[in-house]
Design a binder for this molecule. Structure first.
Ligand SMILES: Nc1ncnc2c1ncn2[C@@H]1O[C@H](COP(=O)(O)OP(=O)(O)O)[C@@H](O)[C@H]1O
Ligand SMILES: [Mg+2]
Length: 362
Protein backbone atom coordinates (compact mmCIF):
# COMPACT_ATOMS: atom_id res chain seq x y z
CA UNK A 1 0.00 0.00 0.00
CA UNK A 2 1.23 3.47 -0.87
CA UNK A 3 2.51 5.16 2.32
CA UNK A 4 0.45 8.02 3.71
CA UNK A 5 3.52 10.28 3.47
CA UNK A 6 3.33 9.97 -0.35
CA UNK A 7 -0.32 11.03 -0.35
CA UNK A 8 0.47 13.98 1.93
CA UNK A 9 3.23 15.02 -0.48
CA UNK A 10 0.69 15.05 -3.32
CA UNK A 11 -1.71 17.04 -1.17
CA UNK A 12 1.02 19.53 -0.28
CA UNK A 13 1.37 20.28 -4.01
CA UNK A 14 -2.37 20.94 -4.41
CA UNK A 15 -3.89 24.40 -4.82
CA UNK A 16 -6.32 24.25 -1.87
CA UNK A 17 -8.47 27.00 -3.39
CA UNK A 18 -9.13 24.87 -6.47
CA UNK A 19 -9.83 21.42 -5.03
CA UNK A 20 -12.07 19.14 -7.06
CA UNK A 21 -14.07 16.14 -5.89
CA UNK A 22 -14.15 13.05 -8.10
CA UNK A 23 -15.73 9.62 -8.03
CA UNK A 24 -16.67 6.71 -10.28
CA UNK A 25 -20.05 7.27 -11.92
CA UNK A 26 -21.92 4.49 -10.12
CA UNK A 27 -23.42 3.62 -6.69
CA UNK A 28 -23.98 7.02 -4.99
CA UNK A 29 -22.26 9.30 -7.50
CA UNK A 30 -25.33 11.51 -8.14
CA UNK A 31 -25.49 12.31 -4.44
CA UNK A 32 -21.72 12.80 -4.07
CA UNK A 33 -21.56 15.25 -7.00
CA UNK A 34 -24.63 17.17 -5.86
CA UNK A 35 -23.23 17.51 -2.34
CA UNK A 36 -19.83 18.60 -3.66
CA UNK A 37 -21.47 21.29 -5.81
CA UNK A 38 -23.49 22.53 -2.84
CA UNK A 39 -20.21 23.05 -0.99
CA UNK A 40 -18.65 24.86 -3.95
CA UNK A 41 -16.33 22.18 -5.35
CA UNK A 42 -15.66 21.37 -8.98
CA UNK A 43 -16.69 17.77 -9.76
CA UNK A 44 -15.13 15.15 -12.03
CA UNK A 45 -16.73 11.81 -12.90
CA UNK A 46 -14.98 8.72 -14.26
CA UNK A 47 -17.57 7.20 -16.56
CA UNK A 48 -18.06 4.57 -19.26
CA UNK A 49 -19.57 5.50 -22.62
CA UNK A 50 -22.59 3.39 -21.78
CA UNK A 51 -23.30 5.08 -18.45
CA UNK A 52 -22.72 8.68 -19.51
CA UNK A 53 -26.22 9.33 -20.94
CA UNK A 54 -27.72 8.22 -17.62
CA UNK A 55 -25.69 10.86 -15.76
CA UNK A 56 -26.46 13.50 -18.43
CA UNK A 57 -30.12 12.81 -17.75
CA UNK A 58 -29.68 14.48 -14.34
CA UNK A 59 -28.32 17.95 -15.27
CA UNK A 60 -28.11 19.26 -11.71
CA UNK A 61 -26.24 16.22 -10.44
CA UNK A 62 -23.94 15.31 -13.35
CA UNK A 63 -20.25 16.09 -12.85
CA UNK A 64 -18.77 19.30 -14.28
CA UNK A 65 -16.31 17.18 -16.22
CA UNK A 66 -16.15 13.55 -17.35
CA UNK A 67 -13.21 11.28 -17.92
CA UNK A 68 -14.46 8.51 -20.20
CA UNK A 69 -12.94 5.04 -19.72
CA UNK A 70 -13.62 1.72 -21.46
CA UNK A 71 -14.16 -0.25 -18.31
CA UNK A 72 -14.09 0.52 -14.55
CA UNK A 73 -12.04 -2.62 -13.92
CA UNK A 74 -9.13 -1.04 -15.78
CA UNK A 75 -9.57 2.56 -14.66
CA UNK A 76 -6.48 2.77 -12.41
CA UNK A 77 -4.59 4.99 -14.90
CA UNK A 78 -7.51 7.42 -15.12
CA UNK A 79 -7.77 7.45 -11.33
CA UNK A 80 -4.06 8.10 -10.93
CA UNK A 81 -4.15 10.97 -13.42
CA UNK A 82 -6.41 12.76 -10.93
CA UNK A 83 -3.45 13.18 -8.59
CA UNK A 84 -2.17 15.87 -11.00
CA UNK A 85 -5.47 17.70 -10.90
CA UNK A 86 -6.11 18.84 -7.32
CA UNK A 87 -8.56 15.98 -6.85
CA UNK A 88 -9.82 14.31 -3.70
CA UNK A 89 -11.43 11.01 -4.62
CA UNK A 90 -14.54 9.78 -2.81
CA UNK A 91 -14.71 5.96 -2.55
CA UNK A 92 -17.95 3.99 -2.67
CA UNK A 93 -19.10 0.36 -2.96
CA UNK A 94 -18.62 0.15 -6.72
CA UNK A 95 -15.03 1.38 -6.46
CA UNK A 96 -14.31 -1.54 -4.16
CA UNK A 97 -16.05 -3.97 -6.50
CA UNK A 98 -14.34 -2.72 -9.66
CA UNK A 99 -10.88 -1.63 -8.56
CA UNK A 100 -10.51 -3.99 -5.57
CA UNK A 101 -7.09 -4.32 -3.92
CA UNK A 102 -5.49 -1.85 -6.39
CA UNK A 103 -7.14 0.93 -4.39
CA UNK A 104 -4.29 0.61 -1.90
CA UNK A 105 -1.78 1.84 -4.47
CA UNK A 106 -3.79 4.65 -6.06
CA UNK A 107 -1.78 7.86 -6.04
CA UNK A 108 -4.83 10.10 -5.82
CA UNK A 109 -5.72 11.21 -2.26
CA UNK A 110 -8.82 9.34 -1.07
CA UNK A 111 -11.39 10.75 1.34
CA UNK A 112 -11.34 8.75 4.59
CA UNK A 113 -8.77 6.21 5.70
CA UNK A 114 -7.90 3.82 2.84
CA UNK A 115 -6.67 1.23 5.36
CA UNK A 116 -10.29 0.62 6.34
CA UNK A 117 -11.15 -0.65 2.87
CA UNK A 118 -8.99 -3.70 3.61
CA UNK A 119 -10.61 -4.31 7.00
CA UNK A 120 -13.94 -4.20 5.23
CA UNK A 121 -12.90 -6.54 2.40
CA UNK A 122 -11.63 -9.37 4.62
CA UNK A 123 -14.40 -11.03 6.68
CA UNK A 124 -12.01 -12.29 9.35
CA UNK A 125 -10.54 -8.84 9.86
CA UNK A 126 -14.00 -7.29 9.90
CA UNK A 127 -15.16 -9.69 12.63
CA UNK A 128 -12.04 -8.90 14.64
CA UNK A 129 -12.98 -5.22 14.41
CA UNK A 130 -16.63 -5.88 15.29
CA UNK A 131 -15.64 -8.04 18.27
CA UNK A 132 -13.25 -5.39 19.54
CA UNK A 133 -16.15 -2.93 19.31
CA UNK A 134 -18.16 -5.29 21.51
CA UNK A 135 -20.99 -5.69 18.98
CA UNK A 136 -23.43 -8.56 19.44
CA UNK A 137 -22.90 -10.86 16.49
CA UNK A 138 -24.54 -14.00 15.13
CA UNK A 139 -22.58 -17.15 16.04
CA UNK A 140 -20.80 -19.11 13.33
CA UNK A 141 -20.10 -22.83 13.05
CA UNK A 142 -18.44 -25.57 10.98
CA UNK A 143 -20.22 -27.62 8.27
CA UNK A 144 -20.48 -30.73 10.49
CA UNK A 145 -22.02 -28.90 13.45
CA UNK A 146 -24.91 -27.09 11.75
CA UNK A 147 -28.03 -27.28 13.87
CA UNK A 148 -30.98 -25.10 12.95
CA UNK A 149 -31.14 -22.42 10.22
CA UNK A 150 -27.79 -20.96 9.13
CA UNK A 151 -26.89 -18.62 6.28
CA UNK A 152 -23.89 -19.67 4.18
CA UNK A 153 -21.80 -16.82 2.81
CA UNK A 154 -19.14 -17.65 0.23
CA UNK A 155 -15.90 -15.65 0.12
CA UNK A 156 -16.06 -12.62 -2.09
CA UNK A 157 -19.74 -13.31 -2.89
CA UNK A 158 -20.69 -9.68 -2.60
CA UNK A 159 -24.14 -8.24 -2.60
CA UNK A 160 -25.70 -11.35 -1.07
CA UNK A 161 -25.62 -13.27 -4.35
CA UNK A 162 -25.28 -17.05 -4.07
CA UNK A 163 -25.95 -17.24 -0.32
CA UNK A 164 -27.67 -20.37 0.98
CA UNK A 165 -29.84 -21.22 3.93
CA UNK A 166 -29.21 -24.66 5.43
CA UNK A 167 -30.31 -26.36 8.66
CA UNK A 168 -28.16 -29.50 8.90
CA UNK A 169 -24.77 -30.89 7.75
CA UNK A 170 -26.65 -33.02 5.21
CA UNK A 171 -28.47 -30.03 3.71
CA UNK A 172 -25.18 -28.13 3.56
CA UNK A 173 -23.50 -30.99 1.64
CA UNK A 174 -26.42 -31.43 -0.76
CA UNK A 175 -26.85 -27.76 -1.59
CA UNK A 176 -23.15 -26.95 -1.92
CA UNK A 177 -22.50 -30.05 -4.05
CA UNK A 178 -25.27 -28.88 -6.34
CA UNK A 179 -23.77 -25.36 -6.57
CA UNK A 180 -20.32 -26.77 -7.37
CA UNK A 181 -21.81 -29.02 -10.06
CA UNK A 182 -23.67 -26.07 -11.57
CA UNK A 183 -20.43 -24.07 -11.59
CA UNK A 184 -21.86 -21.33 -9.34
CA UNK A 185 -19.12 -21.70 -6.72
CA UNK A 186 -15.74 -23.46 -6.62
CA UNK A 187 -14.84 -26.19 -4.13
CA UNK A 188 -12.47 -23.83 -2.34
CA UNK A 189 -15.31 -21.29 -1.95
CA UNK A 190 -17.32 -23.94 -0.11
CA UNK A 191 -14.33 -24.75 2.11
CA UNK A 192 -13.87 -21.07 2.92
CA UNK A 193 -17.57 -20.34 3.45
CA UNK A 194 -18.85 -18.61 6.54
CA UNK A 195 -21.72 -20.55 8.13
CA UNK A 196 -23.58 -18.09 10.29
CA UNK A 197 -26.57 -18.40 12.60
CA UNK A 198 -29.68 -17.17 10.75
CA UNK A 199 -31.10 -14.28 12.77
CA UNK A 200 -34.78 -13.56 13.20
CA UNK A 201 -35.86 -9.97 13.55
CA UNK A 202 -36.01 -6.72 11.60
CA UNK A 203 -33.09 -5.33 9.62
CA UNK A 204 -31.87 -1.75 10.09
CA UNK A 205 -28.92 -0.13 8.32
CA UNK A 206 -27.99 3.07 10.21
CA UNK A 207 -25.76 5.56 8.35
CA UNK A 208 -23.14 7.31 10.47
CA UNK A 209 -20.55 9.99 9.86
CA UNK A 210 -17.45 10.34 12.00
CA UNK A 211 -15.83 13.76 12.00
CA UNK A 212 -12.46 14.13 13.73
CA UNK A 213 -12.88 17.90 13.25
CA UNK A 214 -16.26 18.73 14.83
CA UNK A 215 -16.51 18.87 18.61
CA UNK A 216 -20.10 19.70 19.51
CA UNK A 217 -22.37 16.67 19.82
CA UNK A 218 -21.60 13.05 20.67
CA UNK A 219 -17.88 13.14 21.39
CA UNK A 220 -15.86 10.17 20.16
CA UNK A 221 -12.07 10.16 19.95
CA UNK A 222 -10.96 13.67 19.09
CA UNK A 223 -14.18 14.45 17.19
CA UNK A 224 -17.89 13.67 17.03
CA UNK A 225 -20.19 10.97 15.72
CA UNK A 226 -23.27 11.92 13.71
CA UNK A 227 -26.19 9.63 12.87
CA UNK A 228 -27.37 10.87 9.49
CA UNK A 229 -30.08 8.40 8.43
CA UNK A 230 -31.31 4.80 8.31
CA UNK A 231 -32.49 2.55 5.50
CA UNK A 232 -33.61 -0.97 4.91
CA UNK A 233 -32.34 -2.83 1.87
CA UNK A 234 -34.64 -4.40 -0.66
CA UNK A 235 -33.15 -7.78 -1.48
CA UNK A 236 -34.37 -10.11 -4.19
CA UNK A 237 -35.94 -12.53 -3.83
CA UNK A 238 -36.18 -12.82 -0.03
CA UNK A 239 -38.22 -9.59 0.20
CA UNK A 240 -41.43 -10.87 -1.33
CA UNK A 241 -40.81 -14.59 -1.16
CA UNK A 242 -44.14 -15.08 0.65
CA UNK A 243 -45.81 -14.41 -2.73
CA UNK A 244 -44.07 -17.45 -4.23
CA UNK A 245 -44.73 -19.50 -1.12
CA UNK A 246 -48.40 -18.49 -1.28
CA UNK A 247 -48.46 -19.81 -4.83
CA UNK A 248 -47.09 -23.13 -3.58
CA UNK A 249 -43.58 -22.64 -5.01
CA UNK A 250 -40.59 -23.81 -2.95
CA UNK A 251 -38.37 -20.92 -4.04
CA UNK A 252 -34.89 -20.77 -2.44
CA UNK A 253 -34.20 -17.35 -0.95
CA UNK A 254 -31.52 -15.05 -2.34
CA UNK A 255 -30.23 -11.76 -0.94
CA UNK A 256 -29.13 -9.52 -3.83
CA UNK A 257 -29.65 -5.80 -3.14
CA UNK A 258 -31.76 -4.02 -5.75
CA UNK A 259 -32.96 -0.96 -3.85
CA UNK A 260 -33.52 0.68 -0.47
CA UNK A 261 -36.43 1.86 1.66
CA UNK A 262 -36.47 4.73 4.14
CA UNK A 263 -36.77 3.86 7.82
CA UNK A 264 -37.24 5.82 11.02
CA UNK A 265 -36.35 4.22 14.34
CA UNK A 266 -38.27 4.25 17.57
CA UNK A 267 -36.51 7.13 19.35
CA UNK A 268 -35.49 5.07 22.39
CA UNK A 269 -33.57 2.68 20.11
CA UNK A 270 -31.23 5.51 19.10
CA UNK A 271 -29.40 5.06 22.41
CA UNK A 272 -28.12 1.64 21.33
CA UNK A 273 -27.62 2.73 17.73
CA UNK A 274 -25.38 5.65 18.80
CA UNK A 275 -23.53 3.41 21.23
CA UNK A 276 -22.74 0.82 18.55
CA UNK A 277 -21.46 3.55 16.22
CA UNK A 278 -19.32 5.04 18.97
CA UNK A 279 -17.69 1.71 19.77
CA UNK A 280 -17.05 0.93 16.10
CA UNK A 281 -15.20 4.26 15.75
CA UNK A 282 -13.23 3.72 18.97
CA UNK A 283 -12.16 0.22 17.89
CA UNK A 284 -11.15 1.56 14.46
CA UNK A 285 -8.93 4.17 16.11
CA UNK A 286 -7.15 1.43 18.09
CA UNK A 287 -6.87 -1.01 15.20
CA UNK A 288 -6.01 1.09 12.16
CA UNK A 289 -5.99 4.78 12.91
CA UNK A 290 -9.71 5.61 12.73
CA UNK A 291 -12.53 5.92 10.27
CA UNK A 292 -13.14 9.54 9.26
CA UNK A 293 -16.22 9.86 7.04
CA UNK A 294 -19.38 7.85 6.46
CA UNK A 295 -19.98 4.23 7.46
CA UNK A 296 -22.88 1.87 8.09
CA UNK A 297 -23.51 -1.00 10.51
CA UNK A 298 -25.78 -3.73 9.13
CA UNK A 299 -28.00 -4.90 11.96
CA UNK A 300 -30.96 -7.06 12.90
CA UNK A 301 -33.15 -6.05 15.85
CA UNK A 302 -34.84 -8.92 17.72
CA UNK A 303 -38.11 -8.89 19.67
CA UNK A 304 -36.29 -7.94 22.87
CA UNK A 305 -35.05 -4.82 21.01
CA UNK A 306 -31.50 -6.14 20.98
CA UNK A 307 -29.36 -5.37 17.93
CA UNK A 308 -27.00 -7.88 16.36
CA UNK A 309 -24.56 -6.72 13.71
CA UNK A 310 -23.48 -8.83 10.75
CA UNK A 311 -21.40 -6.40 8.69
CA UNK A 312 -19.82 -2.94 8.59
CA UNK A 313 -19.65 -0.93 5.37
CA UNK A 314 -16.79 1.46 5.89
CA UNK A 315 -17.74 4.17 3.37
CA UNK A 316 -20.86 5.81 1.93
CA UNK A 317 -23.63 3.21 1.44
CA UNK A 318 -26.23 3.37 -1.33
CA UNK A 319 -29.06 3.55 1.22
CA UNK A 320 -28.08 7.20 1.80
CA UNK A 321 -29.33 7.93 -1.75
CA UNK A 322 -32.79 8.08 -0.20
CA UNK A 323 -31.92 11.39 1.41
CA UNK A 324 -30.40 13.78 -1.18
CA UNK A 325 -31.65 16.83 0.73
CA UNK A 326 -32.18 15.75 4.31
CA UNK A 327 -33.20 12.77 6.40
CA UNK A 328 -35.51 12.67 9.44
CA UNK A 329 -32.36 13.18 11.59
CA UNK A 330 -30.20 15.76 9.77
CA UNK A 331 -32.41 18.78 10.71
CA UNK A 332 -31.44 18.09 14.33
CA UNK A 333 -27.74 18.45 13.52
CA UNK A 334 -27.61 20.97 10.66
CA UNK A 335 -29.57 24.16 10.01
CA UNK A 336 -29.08 23.76 6.28
CA UNK A 337 -29.96 20.82 4.00
CA UNK A 338 -27.52 17.96 4.52
CA UNK A 339 -27.04 14.67 2.67
CA UNK A 340 -24.20 12.22 3.27
CA UNK A 341 -22.72 13.36 -0.05
CA UNK A 342 -22.78 16.99 1.04
CA UNK A 343 -21.45 16.01 4.47
CA UNK A 344 -18.35 14.53 2.83
CA UNK A 345 -17.72 17.75 0.89
CA UNK A 346 -18.39 19.81 4.03
CA UNK A 347 -15.75 17.83 5.94
CA UNK A 348 -13.21 18.48 3.18
CA UNK A 349 -14.07 22.18 3.29
CA UNK A 350 -13.73 22.26 7.10
CA UNK A 351 -10.42 20.41 6.90
CA UNK A 352 -9.05 22.92 4.38
CA UNK A 353 -10.14 25.83 6.60
CA UNK A 354 -8.51 24.27 9.66
CA UNK A 355 -5.45 23.12 7.70
CA UNK A 356 -6.19 19.52 8.75
CA UNK A 357 -6.70 17.68 5.45
CA UNK A 358 -4.30 15.01 6.73
CA UNK A 359 -6.94 13.98 9.29
CA UNK A 360 -9.65 13.15 6.75
CA UNK A 361 -7.62 11.90 3.79
CA UNK A 362 -5.36 8.95 2.96
N1 LIG B 1 -27.03 -13.80 10.10
C1 LIG B 1 -28.01 -13.43 9.27
N2 LIG B 1 -29.30 -13.74 9.53
C2 LIG B 1 -30.29 -13.38 8.68
N3 LIG B 1 -30.09 -12.70 7.54
C3 LIG B 1 -28.82 -12.35 7.22
C4 LIG B 1 -27.72 -12.69 8.08
N4 LIG B 1 -26.60 -12.23 7.51
C5 LIG B 1 -26.96 -11.64 6.36
N5 LIG B 1 -28.30 -11.68 6.18
C6 LIG B 1 -29.03 -11.17 5.00
O1 LIG B 1 -28.20 -11.33 3.85
C7 LIG B 1 -27.85 -10.04 3.30
C8 LIG B 1 -26.41 -10.04 2.79
O2 LIG B 1 -25.53 -10.38 3.84
P1 LIG B 1 -24.17 -9.62 4.15
O3 LIG B 1 -23.46 -10.32 5.25
O4 LIG B 1 -24.45 -8.18 4.36
O5 LIG B 1 -23.33 -9.87 2.82
P2 LIG B 1 -22.78 -8.90 1.67
O6 LIG B 1 -21.32 -8.95 1.86
O7 LIG B 1 -23.24 -9.57 0.45
O8 LIG B 1 -23.36 -7.54 1.88
C9 LIG B 1 -28.12 -9.06 4.43
O9 LIG B 1 -28.39 -7.75 3.97
C10 LIG B 1 -29.31 -9.68 5.15
O10 LIG B 1 -30.53 -9.42 4.51
MG1 LIG C 1 -24.08 -6.42 3.47
Amino acid sequence: MIPKSEILKTLAGYDKKKLAIATLCSHSALQIFTGAKQEGFKTIGIVTKKKKPMYDAFPLAKPDEYIVVDDYHSSADALNSLAERNVIFVPHGSLIEYVGKDIGNLRVPIFGNRRVLFWEADRHKMFQWMKKAGLRMPSSTGPDKIKGPHIVKFPGAKGGRGYLIVSSPKEFREKTTHLIREGVVAKKDVEGALIQEYLTGVRFYPHYFYSPLEKEGLRVGEGRLEMLSVDRRIETNIEEIYRSHAAGLKTEPSFAVVGNMPVILRESLLVDIMDMGKRVVEASIDLFGGIPGPFCIETICDDEFKFSAFEISARIVAGTNLYPKFSPYTPYIFKEEMSTGRRIAREIRLAVAQNKLDKVIY
